[in-house]
Design a binder for this molecule. Structure first.
Ligand SMILES: [Zn+2]
Length: 290
């Protein structure tokens, strides 16, 4: 039973879809069918929003490890994380049953639901979302225990992220906004059905999902300078199968670098602008059925 649900936008200050959805629902109210749910609406990082940047000093969405919340850091986002943890959590002993945190990506990932655990609840949620929003993608990041993640959504007893793209940082696209709104509403519809006891795993069709593998870096020279860019055949092909031998990078002197692996993968976060400084080109995933 979900007695309290928190919907959060602006964890990254230049990801506008969630920010606008929260502001619109604050101004006009949630759709009336959600009246019986107790949903709080909040903007996480107002200072980053005002500056139209992802974060001011440190990435807020990496601050919510138990160690991070306990340390003495005075960085703006570290301090903010402690205050948000008091408001939404505290992590590990939370007053909030379900935290839904809304993000954008510059990658062509469509509407993606990121879940951090594969148990009966999250299987039901994934199946429900995919059933009611077939264009949605389900991404599973369960490479470590739920509480070990530094994500804001882990302040809740349960937490998920909505990740929608492709949208450039700092601007608002209507199509991306509508995908964000639809996915948020489908998740709240699930919460209603869950509270009413009308969710059953067996009555929901199995669904496709993608389990995070690892990050793939850009090719660098001995000075740490990039020698290639994402190949046009890979660009915007998030969650599409990348087969051995298919092109991945185009070097600046015009050669193709191919996927040098013996098995297919499902790349995502392809050319994500926020990972530019980390030289991350994309992440791999394995296709699974939930
Ligand atoms: Zn984000």
């Amino acid at each position: 039973m979900f007695n309290s649900i928190a919907l959060v936008g602006g964890t990254h200050g230049n990801e506008t879809s969630g920010i606008q959805l929260i502001r619109n629902w604050q101004q006009f109210g949630l759709p009336a069918r959600f009246d019986e749910l107790n949903v709080s609406l909040s903007i996480a990082n107002e200072a980053a929003l005002a500056a139209n940047v992802r974060f001011v000093e440190e990435d807020l969405n990496r601050q919510f490890t138990l160690a991070g919340l306990a340390n003495e850091s005075r960085a703006k986002e570290a301090v903010l994380a402690k205050s948000l943890n008091q408001q939404l959590g505290p992590k590990g002993n939370s007053k909030t049953d379900f935290v839904i945190d809304i993000h954008n990506t510059t990658s062509e990932m469509g509407a993606t639901l990121i879940i951090l655990e594969v148990d009966e609840f999250h299987t039901q949620l994934a199946r429900y979302v995919k059933h009611h929003m077939p264009e949605a993608n389900i991404l599973v990041e369960d490479e470590k225990p739920y509480l070990d993640h530094g994500y804001l959504c882990t302040t809740g007893k349960k937490g998920v992220m909505i990740e929608v793209g492709g949208q450039p940082q700092g601007m608002l696209r209507e199509d991306v906004y509508l995908l964000t709104q639809t996915m948020a509403e489908v998740i709240l519809d699930f919460c209603m059905a869950y509270n009413n006891g009308s969710i059953s795993t067996d009555n929901l069709p199995q669904c496709e999902a993608f389990r995070l593998g690892e990050n793939v870096g850009f090719p660098l020279d001995e000075n740490g300078q990039r020698t290639a860019m994402i190949h046009h055949a890979l660009q915007d092909s998030d969650f599409k199968p990348l087969m051995p031998g298919m092109p991945v990078f185009r070097t600046f002197d015009g050669k193709d670098i191919t996927w040098n692996s013996d098995k297919e993968t499902y790349p995502h976060f392809i050319n994500e602008a926020a990972y530019f400084k980390l030289d991350v080109a994309f992440a791999t995933a394995q296709r699974i059925i939930l």
